[in-house]
Design a protein around this ligand. Structure first.
Ligand code: ES4
Ligand code: ZN
Length: 326
């Protein structure tokens, strides 16, 4: 029908995507063999059976284990290229991609190796598919502030390839205030700031991301709906929210897809976008997330078009670049 045709063919940007969360079980097992890394899985089926989560931390434990197979520049290139090849068929024309360097440098993989592998695939996607991109380095919020400063030092040597900074991993107990100084330093170095907030943490984490970290976009933001004044502010300021419906469902942040806040966000006039987060682990790429909200929230075709337009409006493309895509 029309809605599905729109979802498949409209140009779309993905603004909330962890590249390490695109590692498919087949590639994981191949890289484990190539790099002689031992995993607690023998088959693709074993891997997929492990993907049952009751909360964010359940997922993160499996996610950090899975990425232990990534060792060389070629591995990071192959991972990134596999994602881009997959989503170019879905009408994706722009991606703002997160990566987690501390999860690699802590295992002895050099920061430069990670950035070089990801970047070469992004450049190939620009040449071969015309896909544009921005790379956003996330700080792991469960680790101490001084280690985030070390990651920021590394990023400063790769400003030509790293556009922004983000904040991810275990949210509760690690509020935005913990990273106030790192974000101030990152902003003074001209990295554009974003942060995960209100995925599991309460609405004060969303306020903290805005007021303390001074983010230009909020990743998830679900719990902002507990605070009506905050929702009015997000609507007035048109702060983009990057929501991830299938991720929220698979991590039990919502009981079912019908409980996704995407429809409420549209109704409140927020600049809401739909994204995949960690598509391999959650079982849905970008268009699967659009279909999930269409089918479960009874979105109109007009609302599907709005979500696709919002994906560019909420991106960090410049005004002129957005005009072309919108
Ligand atoms: C993440 Cl779903 C999610 N939440 C927080 N941190 C993350 N890192 C990768 N996926
Ligand atoms: Zn995320």
């Amino acid at each position: 029908d029309l809605a599905n045709a729109l979802i498949d063919t409209l140009p779309k940007a993905e603004l909330h995507l962890h590249i390490e969360g695109t590692l498919e079980p087949e590639l994981m097992l191949e890289l484990a063999k190539r790099n002689k890394v031992s995993l607690p899985y023998d088959t693709v089926e074993d891997v997929r059976n492990a993907y049952q989560f009751d909360c964010l931390q359940d997922f993160l434990d499996i996610y950090y284990l899975g990425m232990s197979v990534l060792k060389t520049e070629r591995d990071f290139h192959d991972l990134t290229w596999a994602y881009l090849e997959r989503v170019q068929q879905d009408g994706l024309t722009h991606v703002e991609m997160f990566f987690d360097p501390q999860a690699h440098t802590d295992r002895g993989v050099a920061f430069e190796t990670v950035v070089a592998g990801i970047t070469s695939a992004l450049e190939q996607a620009k040449r071969e598919y015309g896909i544009t991109s921005k790379l956003i380095m996330c700080f792991l919020r469960h680790l101490p502030e001084d280690q985030a400063f070390e990651a920021l030092d590394c990023a400063c040597k790769h400003k030509d390839h790293i556009f922004g900074v983000g904040l991810d991993s275990s949210e509760r107990g690690h509020p935005p205030e913990k990273f106030e100084r790192v974000f101030a330093a990152a902003r003074s170095e001209d990295f554009v700031p974003v942060a995960h907030a209100g995925e599991e943490g309460d609405s004060s984490y969303v306020r903290g991301a805005l007021d303390v970290l001074k983010v230009e976009r909020v990743d998830h933001g679900n719990r902002a709906f507990d605070d009506p004044a905050l929702i009015r502010r997000l609507a007035e300021q048109q702060t983009p929210l990057t929501m991830c419906p299938i991720s929220n469902w698979r991590l039990k942040g919502i009981p079912d897809l019908a409980a996704s806040p995407v429809k409420k966000a549209l109704d409140a006039g927020l600049l809401v976008t739909v994204n995949s987060d960690d598509p391999s682990y959650f079982g849905g790429y970008l268009n699967d997330n659009y279909r999930a909200v269409h089918d479960n929230l009874s979105l109109t075709e007009g609302e599907i078009v709005t979500l696709a337009r919002n994906s560019f409006a909420g991106s960090f493309l410049t005004g002129a670049e957005k005009q072309v895509q919108l």
